[in-house]
Ligand binder design. Structure first.
Ligand SMILES: N[C@@H](CCC(=O)N[C@@H](CS)C(=O)NCC(=O)O)C(=O)O
Length: 202
């Protein structure tokens, strides 16, 4: 049984989806219900995962830990070129796309004139759109019926990107997401593991 420290609507949702995909039991602990969360993750961020051995932080590291330990169809065989590509896509999502969206949250919290804030938000949104164009190109290169970055099966990157894609709606900006990426997002959103009625209680 895992304990997952989480906040509603955050990147920790991707960890929950993967835990469900792996059919692992877990308890969600709302970060703000913990008196001294800094003792668990000095950074203060979610997700943090309590495993039988220790507490792990950093979303991508948590996913790799779980995927290595539990049989799954989310990742290809470990020594294959496809595995390296799946890790590359996961890191693109976690280390490139996530921080790009993070700029929107950061800018929104700054004490700026409305005009300057809007200009900066739009500039951050243009960069996010550029990254979604990179996703679109990756999806265009997929063959046949493959609609995911993982091919015909979805991969951790598809789940991560789908979680992040919802964040654009919080800001008064236009983020361009191409048709293939939109199709991938729609398919992930429909997964039973993506939806959890308890999430509103996190
Ligand atoms: N590099 C970290 C970043 C995690 C992160 O930025 N988490 C956000 C939510 S998506 C967070 O907890 N922010 C702190 C806060 O909202 O107070 C990871 O990938 O786990």
């Amino acid at each position: 049984m895992y304990q997952l420290y989480s906040l509603p609507g955050t990147c920790a949702k991707a960890t929950q989806v993967v835990l469900r995909e792996l059919q692992q039991e877990f308890e969600v602990i709302p970060r703000d219900s913990v008196a001294d969360f800094q003792a668990i993750n000095p950074v203060g961020a979610v997700p943090a995962l309590e495993t039988p051995d220790s507490v792990l932080t950093e979303g991508a590291a948590i996913l790799l830990h779980l995927l290595k330990r539990h049989p799954n169809q989310l990742m290809p065989a470990e020594n294959s070129p496809a595995f390296s590509r799946a890790v590359e896509n996961m890191m693109f999502a976690n280390a490139t796309m996530h921080p790009a969206y993070g700029r929107l949250f950061f800018l929104n919290a700054q004490d700026l004139t409305p005009e300057i804030k809007q200009q900066l938000l739009e500039s951050a949104a243009r960069e996010i759109s550029r990254l979604w164009h990179v996703v679109e190109q990756k999806l265009e290169r997929q063959s046949g019926n493959a609609i995911f970055l993982g091919g015909e099966r979805y991969s951790p990157a598809d789940i991560l990107l789908t979680v992040y894609s919802a964040w654009g709606a919080f800001f008064p900006v236009d983020i361009q997401i191409g048709p293939k990426a939109q199709r991938m997002i729609a398919a992930i959103t429909e997964l039973p593991t993506f939806f959890d009625q308890l999430e509103t209680q996190e």
